[in-house]
Every structure is written in C-alpha cells, then in structure tokens.
Design a protein around this ligand. Structure first.
Ligand code: ZN
Length: 284
C-alpha cells in the first residue's frame, strides 16, 4: 500500500515539475520494526493536524521521518548497539509522548580470541594518525544525508558466501573487550564478485588500515552501506550503481585473518543489523 503510494507520489512529483508544486518531503518504503539494540523502530504517527518533522523528537536519538500525507508520518529510529534490552524509547510529537516501547532482547554472541603478538593487538603508534583520519572520513560518509532516492527496504546479500560473523558480536582479545562487530561478515574465496545490494551512489573509496580496500555507497535518505577488505575496487567516486552491479571482489586487505566481505549498513549514522534489509530476512 505504502509502496504504491510512493510510486503515485513519484509520478505526481515528476508530472508536476515546473509547476508551483512544493511537495518535496521524503517518501520511504520502510522496513518493519525490529525494536532491539542494533535494530530499528518503525512507527506510524497519526495526528489530526499536519505533523512536521521539527515537531518530532526521540529524546536525542537520531531518526528519519517520512510523510505519507498531512495526517500520517512514519518515524524510523535506528537503535544504537549501546542500548540495552528493556531500555525505553519514547517518540514525542509536540512535546507529548505518542509512542513508547521497551527494547526487546537480541542475543549477540561473544567471540574470545588470544593473540600472543602485542603488535597485532595494538597498531603501532606511527599508524595512529592514519587510523584517526580514516575513522573521521568513514564517520563523515555514514552521516551523509541526501534525497538521492527514496529509502528502499529491500537489499540482497552482496556476496554469495557463508556468514562467518554476525552483526553485534561482542569481541574480546586476550580477555579485554574490543569494539562490537558492527557489520556482517560473509566469507568467500578471494576474487569472488561483490554485488551492490541496492541502488546507490559511490561517496567514498579508499585503502584503509583496518578496512583495507573499502567502498561506501549512499542509498539515499541517510541509508549508507560499506564494503571492506576488497581485493580490488571496480567503481569510481560519484558513480551511480544499480542493484546487482559489481562493486569489486572479495579480498583480505586491511586487518583480517582471511578473505571475506565485511558489510556495514547504517541509518542516520547509526550502524544497524544489515539483515533487517535482506529480502529473505526470517528473523523479523
Ligand atoms: Zn567484520
């Protein structure tokens, strides 16, 4: 229903080009609610009067809102992994709580490894400046917001392989907690093609210390995905890539133990579970 509405609005927008038609609000085909840490909330806000995005807040959390019509607005809230089961998330409209949900439990396994060589645990000091620069470039990329295209809820797995590490894994090296795993690892042979999971625009490519050869794609409306450890990159900055086009090939560049693709998806700069966007997702 929402989808056909989106098509209708797109047609109207196109056909009205040049006329004093000011409708320019975002139109989104949203994934369903997965209210857990690393998931997202999809709430339909209904009001008697016109709801504007500036009337909405989610107690400081980032959110995306899309207008269906004057009375209905969809609010999508990516849930940071740092949130916990039971945490209350409130959506407010004009200062009043209009929706409240307690986050569900989502099991994230632990991965504990022991590494004897300290140089492999902590990167050398000489690399810190490079690592820091790359971190900020990555952060700028995932915080990109364009109206390049409507948000699409469906993506395809970018590589034909085996999921070797899920999103959200709690990692420990030599007993000490490290950063959570904020992507999905898909193991495949070196040189296996990596396909674009959805239409996107190349907003950053590089050879990063941790990520190796990496590509960032902007899928529009704050949805960004990145592809790390590539053997080679087949696309260029600013190129528009259709769903299913080859982005590059699986490799083992950067800090890895073997060839795989590390695929990250973020919405409004918040990394979330890529499986939410997969057409075949069974966990919703
Ligand atoms: Zn990974």
């Amino acid at each position: 229903m929402r989808h056909s509405y989106a098509i209708l609005i797109s047609l109207l927008t196109i056909s009205c080009a040049g006329l004093p038609y000011t409708y320019s609000d975002k139109i989104c085909d949203f994934p369903e609610s997965n209210p857990y840490p690393g998931g997202l909330i999809n709430h339909t806000l209904v009001a008697k009067t016109n709801i504007s995005e500036k009337d909405i807040n989610v107690e400081g959390l980032k959110f995306l809102s899309c207008k269906e019509n004057n009375e209905i607005r969809n609010v999508l809230v990516p849930i940071p992994l740092s949130k916990k089961e039971g945490d209350e998330i409130n959506i407010l409209s004009e200062g009043k709580t209009v929706y409240s949900v307690n986050l569900q439990n989502k099991f994230y396994r632990e991965s504990r490894i022991t590494i004897q060589n300290q140089n492999l645990v902590t990167p050398p000091k000489s690399m810190q400046e490079r690592i820091s620069k790359e971190y900020f470039r990555g952060q700028a990329a995932i915080n990109t917001f364009t109206n390049f295209q409507s948000l699409k809820k469906n993506m395809s797995l970018p590589v034909d392989g085996i999921i070797s590490s899920e999103f959200g894994v709690r990692r420990f090296i030599n007993g000490l907690p490290r950063n959570r795993h904020i992507g999905l690892d898909i193991a495949a042979a070196e040189g296996t093609a990596v396909y674009s999971p959805s239409k996107g625009k190349v907003i950053l490519t590089g050879d990063f210390f941790y990520k190796g050869n990496v590509i960032y794609l902007d899928h529009g409306n704050g949805l960004i995905s990145s592809f790390s450890h590539l053997n080679s990159i087949s696309v260029e900055q600013d190129q528009i890539i259709q769903a299913g086009e080859i982005l590059g090939y699986v490799g083992s560049t950067g800090r890895v133990t073997g060839p795989h693709l590390h695929w990250e998806v973020s919405l409004m700069g918040v990394p979330i579970n890529p499986e939410i966007f997969l057409k075949t997702n069974q966990s919703m």
